[in-house]
Design a protein around this ligand. Structure first.
Ligand SMILES: [Zn+2]
Length: 254
């Protein structure tokens, strides 16, 4: 069951103190309004009552939408220890399904699972899967778009922000590094994370990140996605990292 815990923070713009409610675990089947917030880009966004500055708060959690077969472990962006983050995601999944009762193991076999870093990455997985898109193909399209414009993988960041009517894809182009101003905050009140929340890197509870600066948008017509989908096997051979079982994100890893 999902519950909330208060997280105190200082506005990164004016330093006014404030508080935001964070979820421990996200079970979307129970909380459709949370899914709406994620899809609309409002999830864990703190708006300072003093100056209006909007801050994305990042915290480890687990997103599940069982009716739609989705399990997404969420970690803060730029994990200091990627293998440890992968291990945590797998452990939570195993605890839920693989080593659970038979009925859970059966359910787990039909559930897609991913590990993402940050709310923007969570949002694009949810948008893609809800629209019936293949997230590996979506990532391959990003690489195509960057190469077309002569950019490297880290020159700017593309995140899916909407699937338009007709299944055209809208990407935001964000200025990297998105989390340069990340400030570690102490763990939530009580000094410890609530039970069920995957343990983040030592000493880091939630983090605040300066809202990513949007430089512009790119639209990918549905036909281009369809063509990429037909070339899926070829694209996955070309970009081996996209076949990872857990992390399907061109911005994570080497
Ligand atoms: Zn402020």
């Amino acid at each position: 069951m999902s519950t909330w815990y208060p997280y105190r923070l200082a506005c990164p713009a004016c330093a006014a103190p404030g508080s935001i409610a964070l979820l421990k675990g996200i079970h979307i089947s129970r909380l459709p309004m949370v899914k709406a917030d994620i899809r609309e880009g409002r999830f864990q966004v703190y708006t300072c009552p003093e100056c209006g500055h909007r801050t994305q708060v990042e915290a480890p959690s687990v997103y599940t939408d069982f009716p739609n077969g989705q399990f997404i472990a969420v970690e803060a962006p730029n994990p200091p220890d990627l293998p440890a983050a992968r291990r945590r995601g797998r452990e939570v999944f195993d605890a839920c399904f693989t080593f659970g009762p038979d009925i859970a193991a059966t359910l787990g076999a039909s559930i897609r699972h991913r590990l993402v870093f940050g709310v923007a990455a969570l949002r694009e997985k949810v948008l893609a899967w809800d629209a019936g898109l293949d997230d590996r193909v979506v990532e391959a399209l990003k690489l195509d778009l960057l190469a077309e414009e002569g950019f490297g993988r880290k020159d700017h960041i593309l995140r899916l922000v909407a699937v338009l009517p007709g299944l055209h894809l809208l990407f935001a182009r964000l200025r990297p590094p998105v989390t340069a101003d990340r400030v570690p905050h102490p763990a939530p009140e009580g000094g410890a994370l609530p039970p069920g929340v995957p343990r983040p890197a030592a000493g880091i509870g939630a983090t605040v990140c300066r809202g990513a600066e949007v430089e512009g948008h790119v639209t990918v017509p549905a036909l281009r996605y369809e063509r990429a989908l037909q070339r899926r096997a070829h694209l996955l051979r070309e970009h081996l990292g996209l076949s990872d079982e857990w992390v399907v994100d061109v911005y994570v890893g080497g």
